[in-house]
Design a protein around this ligand. Sequence first.
Ligand code: PLP
Length: 320
Amino acid sequence: MGMKSRYLWMDGGLVEYEKATLHFLTPGLHYGIGVFEGIRCYRTPAGPAVFRLREHAERLVNSAKILGFRSLPFSTDDVAHAIKQTVAANEFDECYIRPLIYLSGGGWNLNIDGGQPAFGVAVWEWTNYLGTDALHHGVRANISSFTRHHPNVMMTKAKISGNYVNSFLAKTESVRLGFEEAIMLDPEGYVAECTGENLFVVARGTIVTPDLAPVLDGITRDAVATLARDLEYEVEVAPLSRDQLYGADEVFVCGTASEVIGLREIDFRTIGTGSTGPVTRRIQEAFQAVIRGRHARSEKWLEYVGAGEVEPPETASQVA
Ligand SMILES: Cc1ncc(COP(=O)(O)O)c(C=O)c1O
C-alpha cells in the first residue's frame, strides 16, 4: 500500500513527507493516547469532494473531549480547513484522509492534564481496504474470540488510538485463521461491530443494526440507514445474537475504509446465496451514487475541495 504523499499537515502547517517525523519520547505512542479519524475524498465530476467532512471533524474534536483533553488549541473549523489544505496541496483527486490528535508531550504520570495535544493530517491513495473482490462477492468473517469493549472500560464513542489494540487482536487472529474480517460480540454476548466497520442484518425485508452503546457511532452507518429508509426499507435498532447472523438473508458491514461490503460466509455458514445480496447491492449502488455526486443527498454530504481556497504550501496558515 503506497502511503506516500508530497505533504502532511503537522503543527499548524504543511510539511514535506520526509520531514513529518516524531520523537521516540512521544507519549501518545507509548500509551495509545490519541484520537483519529478515517475520512475519504472522492473523485466527482465537480472535482475532489470529501464525504461528510464536517461530521468527521466534529467527531474528532468530540473524541478528544471524551478522552479527556479539556481544551484544544484548534477548533473543528481549523481541523476541516487543515484537511482540505492537505488534500489540495497533494493534488489527489481521490484519497484516504487520516487526521490525528495525539499526546505530544507530558502526561508521563498518566494524567492527561499534564500533557499537550498536537494535531496532524496525512493523506494517501488507498482504494481497496478489503480487496477488489469484496465489493461484488462479499467477504468471509468469523466471530472473534476477543470481546468488544465494555462501554465503561474503553470509550466506544471515541475513535481513540488505544481502542484499536482490541481491533488488532481480533483482525490478526481472523486473518491468520483464513477469514477476511472479525465480528466482535459485546460483553453481554450480542453482536457489536467489526474491527473497523458497523454491521447490518437483512431478515425478511427488514434491516437491523445493533444499538450504539458498545460501538462506534459510524458516519457510514448513519448514511446507510438514511439511504435504506430512502429506498423504503424499514431500519431497526435491536440486539442481535450470532445465530441471527447465521440465519439472516444478508449481512453487510460498512465503514469509511471498506464502504459497504457483504459478508458471504460467517463461521463456515453460508449467508443467503453466498454472495452480495440484493438489498446490500441496492444500498451499495445508492452509496456509490452519493459519493460520486450523482445522488440527491450528494450536495449535503459532499464538501468540494475547491482550488480557490487553497494556499500554496509555503504560506499555509498556522492553526495549532
Ligand atoms: C470500530 C469501528 N466501528 C465502525 C466504524 C465505521 O465508522 P465510519 O463509518 O464513521 O467510518 C469504524 C471506522 O471508522 C470503526 O473503526
